[in-house]
Design a protein around this ligand. Structure first.
Ligand code: TXE
Length: 481
């Protein structure tokens, strides 16, 4: 099959980069080129921003209810194409189709429905004085730039797009160059269901060229970025220089903390899910597993058996639990960490090698889920973000020690705590230096709650009212009575 040709979506029309240059989009499960995308430059970004700027008046002229209705229509259209979108997402990322059907696409639909409802019900304040009244107007920022990574492509793009559009902004999105297809589909859908031309634009291409140009563009009033911490530092510095509003959701090295009083089977299942969902490529994945010493051996034996039993392979397989990693280069990086772990004194408890798979997956970027013990919690393997199916496991003796290990990294995105002691759950949750804590669960999502991290995991919060606040600016009007 010849590769699909994906265009930039600018002013409601799909078109190539001005230079005509393209990039190959490779399916990591097979190595096949499935699409080509525009290799956009600053010129293409400028075109997209100009289209977004010229759509601002039209879009902010729609009533809130009209914009909410459009978001609902986008959700309906995504739902009608759920199967097709799940296949595209799997093709681009290598993830199991079943995962995309169960999580990525349904949550993308939910994002549009949720923010349609959120703006319908949003309120602003009034502050009375003896002789005056203040009221708050909430206005869109204008044109916002949304930069998204490859691990949850449509899920994260809709998480930003839905509130941005619902609050009246126009958008220029720059999806990851490795996962362009569902962003292109979203652009077509928004236009098909009646989004005015220029309200939602997509520019494909590389980070340092297309992404950087978007962050630098003086007419882009806000940037919401999800990606690696190193890139986030560049994006943050660039956007701050021109005082753009900024939200950064960056990396994690999240701890799963299991106390001896936890329900063992539930904790094993939870730790396995936290460690290896999406091949371990979720910023929220629990890649450091801390287990209280009395249950350590038992826990590790059970978990290793579960991990060894995970089905790796054909992303379309009904029983597949892990598909391919995002790319061969990324697998090399992850394998480099498995080697490093062994140099640092670690022992492989499960996985550690590539699975042997039949054609067409024999050349895919697959890796068996890997569990490593025997490492110091302070070593590089246990403190640097690997972003792959690799979990290190460490025993601890006291609650204080668990908290100290959990907090001993530069990241602070999320943690999960497994215990049946309610007081301990409260104490530990409070003491953990993270933006989010799950107790006896992992990745349970309510779209109203604040989402984001501390330390090197990012700046700002999105979700519910936090997103509405990020994508708007409040203006106070004071009237003398
Ligand atoms: O992400 P990048 P990459 C982590 C993970 C991974 C590492 C690198 O550890 O191994 O980051 O992954 C765009 N200006 N996470 O290289 O580079 C880029 O094109 C503007 C964690 O894929 O951060 C893409 O659209 N944009 C993470 C987006 O930024 C730039 C998810 C993210 O790419 C840019 C993914 C620039 N100068 C990786 N450079 C999470 N938190 O979920 C790149 N981009």
């Amino acid at each position: 099959m010849s590769p699909r040709i994906v265009g930039n979506h600018i002013g409601g029309v799909n078109r190539p980069a001005r230079s005509g240059r393209t990039l190959d989009n490779v399916a990591p499960a097979t190595g096949a080129v499935v699409a080509t995308i525009p290799d956009s430059s600053a010129e293409d970004v400028a075109d997209a921003v100009a289209a977004a700027q010229s759509a601002r008046d039209v879009w902010s002229g729609w009533t809130t209810a009209e914009r909410a209705d459009l978001c609902d229509a986008v959700a309906d259209a995504l739902e009608a194409r759920l199967d097709e979108l799940a296949v595209l997402e799997s093709q681009d990322t290598g993830k199991p189709v079943s995962l995309a059907r169960r999580i990525d696409i349904p949550r993308s639909i939910a994002n549009f429905r949720f923010f349609a409802g959120a703006v319908r019900h949003s309120q602003t304040g009034a502050h009375e004085m003896a002789d005056a009244i203040n009221y708050t107007l909430r206005r869109p920022l204008g044109t916002v730039g949304l930069i998204t990574p490859w691990n949850l492509p449509l899920y994260l793009l809709t998480w930003k797009t839905a509130p941005a559009l619902a609050t009246g902004n126009t958008v220029v999105a720059k999806p990851s160059e490795m996962t362009p297809q569902t962003a292109a589909a979203l652009a077509d859908i928004i236009t098909e269901v009646g989004g005015p031309p220029g309200v939602f634009n997509v520019v494909h291409g590389l980070g340092p060229s297309a992404g950087q140009a978007l962050v630098e563009h003086p007419s882009v009033a806000g940037i919401s970025f999800t990606g690696g911490t190193q890139t986030g530092a560049i994006v943050g510095a660039t956007a701050s220089r021109r005082f753009a509003k900024l939200s950064l959701e960056l990396g994690g090295k999240n701890a799963t903390v299991v106390f001896a009083d936890a329900d063992l089977d539930e904790a094993v299942a939870g730790a396995a899910r936290a460690g290896f969902t999406n091949q371990g490529q979720v910023c929220l994945c629990g890649s450091r597993l801390l287990v209280e010493r009395p249950i350590y051996e038992d826990f590790v034996t059970k978990l290793a058996a579960r991990v060894e039993g995970m089905v790796v392979g054909d992303p379309a397989g009904a029983n597949t639990e892990l598909g391919a990693l995002i790319s061969h280069a990324h697998r090399d990086k992850v394998e480099g960490y498995i080697q490093l772990a062994q140099q640092e004194g670690g022992t492989l408890l499960a996985g550690g090698s590539r699975p042997s798979l039949p054609s067409p997956f024999s050349g895919g970027a697959f890796l068996r889920p890997t569990l490593i013990g025997g490492l110091s919690p302070a070593c590089r393997t246990a403190t640097e973000e690997i972003f792959g199916p690799v979990v290190t496991v460490h025993p601890f003796d006291t609650e204080e020690e668990a908290i100290q290990i959990a907090n001993g990294v530069r990241y602070g995105l999320a943690a999960s705590v497994w215990t049946q002691d309610l007081k301990r759950a409260h104490r530990v949750s409070t003491a953990l230096d993270t933006g989010m804590v799950w107790v006896n669960c992992w990745l349970k999502r309510d779209l109203r709650v604040p989402f984001g991290g501390v330390k090197d995991s990012g700046v700002g919060r999105e979700g519910g009212a936090y997103s509405l606040s990020f994508y708007t600016q409040d203006k106070n009007v004071c009237i003398q009575l």
